[in-house]
Design a protein around this ligand. Structure first.
Ligand code: ATP
Length: 136
């Protein structure tokens, strides 16, 4: 089976590197699936799951936005933050979700703070989904 090398990198360092059969994720323009031999491209990502098909199994990584770059032999994901499913602290994500929901209830009038809370909520919900190996 043909494979492509995938690296997920954050400002704190590399999070994942492996040869996989397929990468799928949510670009800002919609669902994106990449197989070996895909044409080169760069796409901004949404907060979401990166799914990697490796030796027939699916692996999940939570990413909080960033960019995906496809080169002939390599996919690089540069993310603000990224965690593999097993690295996710579920209690922490639940606390972040609670906090964000509370802020959104309190700050309906302050637009900027509301948006910040909304993004924090999306990150938390995404982490909870990825920890259960499912998509948002
Ligand atoms: P929190 O409010 O819990 O910090 P956050 O969404 O504001 O959540 P980020 O700013 O996206 O957090 O991430 C900060 C760092 O903490 C990153 O390195 C990220 O990978 C890590 N991180 C955040 N939440 C979790 C989690 N639930 N489990 C594991 N790592 C996490």
């Amino acid at each position: 089976m043909k494979t492509i090398k995938v690296s997920v990198v954050t400002p704190d360092g590399p999070v994942y590197e492996s040869d996989v059969e397929m990468v799928s994720t949510k670009a800002q323009s919609g669902e994106l699936g990449i197989l070996p031999g895909h044409i080169p491209m760069v796409a901004p990502l949404q907060i979401g799951a990166v799914r990697l098909k490796k030796e027939g199994n699916m692996e999940f990584i939570a990413v909080s936005g960033g960019f995906l770059e496809v080169r002939p032999d390599q996919v690089t994901i540069l993310a603000q933050s990224a965690e593999t499913a097993s690295e996710i602290d579920v209690e922490r994500a639940l606390r972040a979700k609670e906090r964000a929901e509370q802020r959104m209830r309190e700050q309906k009038t302050a637009h900027i703070d509301f948006r910040r809370a909304e993004l924090a909520l999306q990150r938390a919900i995404n982490r909870l989904a990825v920890s259960e190996r499912r998509m948002l």
